[in-house]
Write a protein that binds this ligand. Structure first.
Ligand code: F6R
Length: 628
């Protein structure tokens, strides 16, 4: 969380940094600031709140230098305020930080003893003091950082400049990402490639406790011990206009509409072009680094994947939030199709519950950003225990992607709205393929059943186009739905995680109380909540659990609950019981969740919009959660 941008080059740093921060605002929007070289010193401008506040302050400012750093903040230590906004300046040092310095109390005490004047409540300012002290001794920014890095514990990525060495910028990290974009005689240092995609497609990924010295148009990277490291340069095929709104009012709405394409892009690489059989492509279990995956022999790689799947006796899926709910759907898919037992954990729980990890377990992590701190820690724990790991990420070359043994990609394109949408459906599509592949590897699945699943998956994009019509429906219905005091989302089987996801979307966007429940659990407690002020959102596809779920629906109705049901086709029975009935195209049980989630996303979007909330940037949240 927090977005950072550094620039050294011939362009106007103010423009480059602000345009980069705009792309990173999803990482935090409590305050923003820049520090840019001007007339031999570094001028700082900061503002509380969203980036637009900083932009208005900057309209009157000009800078003649060609070096600068910028920051958009998600508050950890210290309230959101201008005083706590980055960059922090101490002497001639200006510094921006993303993350948490765990030993900040110790550092603060020592600094106070040495007479430092601390002006903010942040842990970040303390690092600026340490660097300012060291440049006085070392007379060199890189050497000063090498000393300071030894003192820091926690999760951080940091950019620092010194007005006495205005030709350089130093970047270092341990935890949250830092990516270096390489242009013609110019260098960008950013938290996420999106911030520099307008200028370059060539990137270098800094690893933990490495230090980059950017000087002129060149970059040198050193280990914390001072040894120079040759870093590979990765050329990305993401296109800058993928991160624009393209006429939609919000990124979230655009991303909801991109879901049919996202599903196609997720599955296309993994189907044999002639037979349409599942052939997971270039997963890399044999150990190739992520940059080399495209160069693998696909046939050999597929054999490695089958052998890995065949060799496992259980699966453990670890993720957070929406990605965790995708993991819950996967449990039903993998257990049914491959007969392999699956456990699903919230990453922050997994790490600390001392999980019993048996050797024949495959640990699968799911993360859109590939940077979620708890999920990253989980994959590291699994590796420490000697287990094989497989990551499903959207962002290629992200930290989780780079740590995993095997790699699958959501292929959704950049997801900018803070609430995850298209990455969720892409993940469900990928899990369908993984379940089929595991089923085949284990001999648990006939060719015919596998084909049936692939056909069902191929039908999803066009079925989704139909479901997107609920955009208009909820644009009209939102006003009347606002009156409810709470929302209970329910489903059974593979639709139960969709109830959880629907409730999460409503909570995080509309700030309304919503809970997801397994419909069969209602009578064990939540039924007491139901009266005429409670909306019941029931996901009831025509599958083998239909009758049971309808009984649960009747129980809710009998207590006065107002029912919004989501079912298959023109279901007169559901229509009769419900205030509102949303019809889904007839789909396979395994692909129903991909369709059911769409109206729930649209409902949350429209309720939040009609309540006047900022849908793309919900309060207190940030997209890439790089702190524990
Ligand atoms: C909810 C949402 C979050 C993320 C969670 C994990 O809409 O976006 O719950 O799903 O923070 O993020 P990733 O998938 O990047 O690890």
């Amino acid at each position: 969380m927090c977005g950072i941008v550094g620039y050294l080059g011939p362009l106007n740093p103010k423009d480059v940094i602000v345009s980069g921060l705009k792309k990173l605002e999803y990482r935090g929007y409590d305050s923003a600031g820049v520090a840019i070289l001007h007339q031999g010193s570094v001028k700082r401008v900061r503002a509380e709140g969203k980036l637009k506040n900083l932009e208005s302050k900057l309209t009157a400012e000009s800078f003649d230098g060609h070096l600068g750093i910028g920051h958009t903040r998600w508050a950890t230590h210290g309230v959101p305020s201008e005083r706590n906004a980055h960059p922090h300046q101490v002497g001639g040092i200006s510094l921006v930080h993303n993350g948490i310095i765990e030993n900040y109390l110790e550092i603060k005490e020592a600094l106070l003893k040495r007479g430092a004047k601390i002006t903010s409540d942040t842990d970040s300012e303390l690092v600026a003091h340490l660097v300012a002290e060291q440049v006085e001794v070392q007379r060199d920014l890189l050497k000063a950082v090498q000393v300071v890095l030894k003192e820091l514990r926690g999760a951080f990525s940091i950019l620092v400049i010194w007005d006495q060495q205005p030709d350089r910028l130093v970047a270092f990290k341990d935890g949250p990402p830092l990516v270096i974009g390489l242009g013609q005689d110019q260098v960008f240092v950013v938290s996420d490639v999106q911030a520099a995609l307008n200028y370059t497609k060539k990137f270098m990924y800094l690893e933990d406790r490495e230090i980059a010295l950017v000087k002129g148009g060149a970059v040198q990277v050193y280990s914390s011990g001072g040894v120079e490291i040759r870093k590979p340069v990765v050329e990305l095929n993401w296109n800058a206009d993928l991160v624009e709104k393209k006429g939609y009012s919000h990124f979230m709405l655009k991303e909801i509409y991109e879901q049919p394409q996202a599903v196609s892009s997720a599955i296309a690489p993994h189907l044999d072009p002639e037979t349409q059989a599942v052939r997971l492509r270039n997963v890399g279990f044999a150990g190739a680094p992520v940059q080399e995956l495209e160069n693998l022999d696909s046939k050999e790689d597929w054999q490695d994947t089958l052998a890995t799947f065949n060799g496992i006796a259980r699966v453990s899926i670890v993720a957070c939030g929406t990605s965790f709910y995708a993991g819950l759907v996967a449990k039903y898919l993998i257990e049914t199709l491959a007969q392999i037992p699956v456990e699903v954990d919230i990453a922050s729980e997994f790490r600390y519950r001392k999980p019993v990890l048996l050797k024949d377990t495959l640990v699968i992590t799911v993360s859109q950003s590939g940077e979620t701190a708890d999920t990253l820690a989980a994959i590291r724990l699994a590796k420490e225990k000697g287990l094989k790991t497989l990551s499903i990420c959207n962002v290629r070359n992200s930290s989780i992607d780079r740590e995993a043994h095997g790699h699958l990609y959501m292929n959704s394109g950049p997801e900018v709205g803070v609430a995850s949408t298209k990455a969720f459906v892409s993940t469900l599509a990928i899990f369908n393929l993984v379940a089929v592949a595991m089923g085949e590897a284990k001999g648990a699945l006939s060719k015919q059943t596998a084909t049936e699943h692939v056909q069902a998956l191929l039908a999803v994009p066009s079925q989704m186009e139909v479901v997107l019509a609920y955009d208009k429906y909820f644009a009209d219905a939102a006003d009347s739905l606002k009156k409810f005091k709470g929302f209970l989302y329910m489903g059974r089987g593979v639709s139960y995680p969709i109830a959880l996801e629907g409730a999460l979307k409503l909570k995080e966007l509309a700030y309304l109380h919503a809970e997801g429940y397994a419909a069969g659990e209602m009578k064990h407690g939540p039924l007491a909540l139901i009266d005429e002020n409670m909306a019941i959102v029931m996901v009831v596809p025509s599958d083998e659990l239909f009758e049971k779920t309808v009984s649960n629906l009747e129980e809710a109705k009998a207590r006065g609950g107002k029912i919004i049901s989501i079912g298959t086709g023109d279901n007169t029975r559901l229509k009769g019981i419900s205030e509102r009935y949303l019809s889904m195209p007839k789909a396979h049980w395994s692909t129903n969740p991909l369709l059911e989630v769409v109206p729930l996303q649209l409902m949350a979007f429209h309720l939040a919009s009609s309540l006047g909330h900022d849908v793309d940037q919900p309060r207190n949240l940030a997209k890439s959660v790089t702190v524990e």
